[in-house]
Ligand binder design. Structure first.
Ligand code: FAD
Ligand code: NDP
Length: 522
C-alpha cells in the first residue's frame, strides 16, 4: 500500500473552505467532488487510547491511515491536546494527583522514621501541582504527534462526521473542511462526563476541568459513588481540601461489595466525609460566590443545604457520538446507553465501520481494553489475524488513597455463576503492610480475598487486594488468572519477602472455617 499523498489545494465548491476532496455528496446544499480523491485505507475518528493504538498498528502493516482528533471544550471551557481522555483528563493527571496526595502522607509518616519534618511547613502549592501535571500531559500530547508522524499517519486536529459509509468530513477549529474517502472507518470517540438535569448543574465542574483548575478547589463535594468520584475525593482529601462524597446508593456498583465497603471506610478514616442516601436537587451561586447545594433528604441527618467552593459531578459518562452522523448511516446504537453495538470483531451494523473503546456497548471503560481492542482490530483488518479481545479477566485498580485492585469476579457474581455461596471457597486475610506499622497508619481495610470454586482444584474466580500499590501487586496475578490459576498453584508460589504481595500467596484461611483471618507475625 502506498503512503499518503500531500494535501491538495483548497477547492471552492460552495463550502466556506474545502481542502481535501474525495467523494460526491449533496447535503445542506454542500457538494463534494470525487475527482481529486484523497483516499485512505483507514480513517480513525478519535485520537484517544483506542484510536491511536489502532491507527499506529494499521500503519505498521502499510495501510494508509488518517486520524482525526478534536476536543470540544467542556461547559467551563477546558480544552486539551491529542491523546484522549486517559492522557489529558483521566488516568494520567489522576494518577499524578493521587501520587501528590500519597507523598503528602508519606512526608508526615517520615517523622515517625526519624526525619524532622515541621508539619506547619507542609503546604501544597496547587498552582505548582497543576503546572507540573499539565506540563507532563503536554509532553505526552507532543509524543503522540511525533509517534503518528513517525508512523506516517496523517493527523488532523479536526472533528469528524461521516457523510456516507466511505466519506468522512473533517472540520477544524477554524471551520476549514476536509473530505476524506476511505475503505474502512474506525470510530473511537470515547465518552464525556454526564451532566444531570437538576437546576444549576451547569455550575458544577467535572473531571474534565478538575486537573486544570486555576484556583485551588477549596471545600469540595464529589457527587457519585464510583471510580471517578472516589478517586478524586481521595486525592483532594490527601491534598488537604475539605472533601465530601455524595453517595446516593452503594459505592463502586459492580465491584465486590465487601471490598467496596472497606475502600470507603478507609477513605473516611483518612478524612473524607461520606454523605449517604442523597442526591443533589439544586445548585445555586451565593452572593459570596460559593455554591449552595440542596440535597434530597438523606435520612441520616445530613443538613439539606450546604455550601461548597467546588462541586464535582462524577455521575457517569456518555458516549461522544453526537457529531458522527450515525443515525443517517444506520449504525445501530443501544437505546439506553447510546453506545454503539458491535459484533465481537468490533464491526458495527454497517460493515466497513468499526467501533472501539468507551463508545462500544458492553465494553469496559478502561484504557488498556481500548488500546488492545484497537490493536487487535488493526491486526484483523490488515495483518491477517483473527484474534478477538478476551474480556474474561480484565484487571482494574481504583486509585483511592488506599488502592483497591481486582481481577475476575466479585464474591456476589461468583456465587451467582457457580450456583450459590455453598459452591465457593473464599480465602481471605487482613494484613498489616510493613511500611504502615511505624507511623501507626490505620490498617483495618488492608484486606485480600481469593474467591475460588469449592470443588478441587479450586480455580480462582476472583482476586481482590486492598493496600498500597494494589495495581502493581495484582498485575502479575492477572496473568496467572488468565491461565487458570488455582488455589493450589497460588500456594505453591514462593513469596517475595517482605512485601504485601506475598500475603496473596500465603492465603490459607477460608471464610467457611470461621478462623480469624488477621495475619500476625512476620
Ligand atoms: P478517549 O480516550 O476518550 O478518546 C476519544 C477521543 O476522540 C477524544 O480525544 C475526543 O475528544 C475525540 N473525539 C470525540 N468526538 C470526535 C469527533 N467527532 N471527531 C474527532 N475527534 C473526536 N482507565 C484506566 O484504565 N485506568 C485509569 O486509571 C483511568 N482513570 C480514569 C480517570 C478519569 C477521571 C476518567 C474520566 C477516565 C479514566 N479511565 C481510566 C478511563 C479511560 O480514560 C478511558 O477508558 C479511555 O480513555 C477510553 O479510550 P477511548 O479511545 O475509547 O476514548
Ligand atoms: P460510573 O458510571 O462508574 O458511576 C457513576 C456513579 O454516579 C455511580 O455511583 C452512580 O450511582 C452515581 N450517580 C449517577 N447519577 C447520580 C446522581 N444524580 N446523583 C448522585 N449520584 C449519581 O461513572 P464514573 O464517572 O465514576 O466512571 C466512568 C468510567 O470511567 C468507569 O466505569 C471506569 O470504567 C472509568 N474509570 C476508570 C478508572 C480506573 O481505572 N481507575 C478511574 C476513573 C474512571 P448508582 O450506582 O446509584 O447508579
Amino acid at each position: 500500500m502506498k503512503m499518503k499523498a500531500p494535501f491538495l489545494p483548497p477547492m471552492s465548491l460552495g463550502l466556506r473552505c474545502l481542502k481535501n476532496v474525495g467523494t460526491t455528496r449533496i447535503e445542506s446544499s454542500l457538494l463534494y467532488s470525487t475527482t481529486t480523491a484523497q483516499k485512505y485505507d483507514l480513517v480513525v475518528i478519535g485520537g484517544g487510547s483506542g484510536g491511536l493504538a489502532c491507527a499506529k498498528e494499521a500503519a505498521g502493516y502499510g495501510a494508509k491511515v488518517a486520524v482525526l482528533d478534536y476536543v470540544t471544550p467542556s461547559p467551563h471551557g477546558t480544552v486539551w491536546g491529542l491523546g484522549g481522555t486517559c492522557v489529558n483528563v483521566g488516568c494520567i493527571p489522576k494518577k499524578l494527583m493521587h501520587q501528590a496526595a500519597l507523598l503528602g502522607k508519606s512526608v508526615k509518616d517520615a517523622a515517625a522514621f526519624g526525619w524532622s519534618v515541621p508539619p506547619a511547613e507542609l503546604q501544597l502549592n496547587w498552582h505548582q501541582l497543576v503546572t507540573a501535571v499539565t506540563n507532563h500531559v503536554g509532553s505526552l500530547n507532543w509524543g503522540h504527534r511525533v509517534a503518528l508522524r513517525d508512523k506516517r499517519v496523517t493527523y488532523l486536529n479536526a472533528s469528524g462526521t461521516m457523510l456516507d459509509r466511505h466519506t468522512v468530513l473533517a472540520k477544524d477549529r477554524k471551520d476549514v473542511e476536509t473530505v476524506l474517502q476511505t475503505d474502512n472507518v474506525v470510530l473511537a470517540t470515547g465518552g464525556r462526563p454526564r451532566y444531570p438535569t437538576f437546576a444549576g448543574a451547569e455550575l458544577a465542574i467535572t473531571s474534565d476541568d478538575l486537573f486544570r483548575l486555576r484556583q485551588p478547589p477549596g471545600r469540595t463535594l464529589c457527587v457519585g459513588g464510583s471510580y471517578v468520584s472516589l478517586e478524586c475525593a481521595g486525592f483532594l482529601t490527601g491534598l488537604g481540601f475539605d472533601t465530601s462524597v455524595l453517595l446516593r446508593s452503594i459505592p463502586l456498583r459492580g465491584f465486590d461489595q465487601q471490598m467496596a465497603g472497606l475502600v470507603v471506610s478507609a477513605m473516611e478514616n483518612l478524612g473524607t466525609r461520606v454523605v449517604r442516601g442523597s442526591e443533589p436537587l439544586r445548585l445555586e451561586r451565593t452572593a459570596a460566590g460559593r455554591l449552595r447545594v440542596s440535597l434530597t433528604p438523606s435520612g441520616d441527618g445530613q443538613p439539606p443545604d450546604e455550601e461548597y467552593d467546588t462541586v464535582l459531578l462524577a455521575v457517569g459518562r456518555d458516549p461522544d457520538t453526537r457529531r458522527l452522523g450515525l443515525d443517517a448511516l444506520g449504525v445501530t446504537t443501544d437505546r439506553r446507553s447510546g453506545k454503539i453495538v458491535t459484533d465481537p470483531g468490533n464491526r458495527t451494523s454497517v460493515d466497513n465501520i468499526y467501533a472501539i473503546g468507551d463508545i462500544v456497548q458492553g465494553a469496559p471503560e478502561l484504557t488498556p481494553t481500548a488500546i488492545v481492542s484497537g490493536r487487535l482490530l488493526a491486526d484483523r483488518l490488515y495483518g491477517g489475524s483473527s484474534q478477538l479481545l478476551d474480556l474474561a479477566t480484565v484487571p482494574t485498580t481504583v486509585f483511592t488513597p488506599l488502592e483497591y485492585s481486582c481481577v475476575g469476579l466479585s464474591e456476589e457474581s461468583a456465587a451467582e455463576m457457580v450456583g450459590g455461596d455453598d459452591q465457593l471457597e473464599v480465602y481471605h486475610a487482613f494484613y498489616r503492610p510493613l511500611e504502615f506499622i511505624i507511623p501507626g497508619r490505620d490498617t483495618s481495610s488492608c484486606y485480600i480475598k481469593a474467591v475460588c470454586e469449592r470443588r478441587e482444584p479450586q480455580r480462582v474466580l476472583g482476586l481482590h487486594f486492598i493496600g498500597p500499590n494494589a495495581g502493581e501487586v495484582l498485575q502479575g496475578f492477572a496473568v496467572a488468572m488468565r491461565h487458570g490459576m488455582t488455589m493450589e498453584s497460588l500456594r505453591q508460589a514462593i513469596g517475595i519477602h517482605p512485601t504485601s504481595a506475598e500475603e496473596v500467596v500465603k492465603l490459607n484461611i477460608s471464610k467457611r472455617s470461621g478462623r480469624d483471618p488477621t495475619v500476625t507475625g512476620c
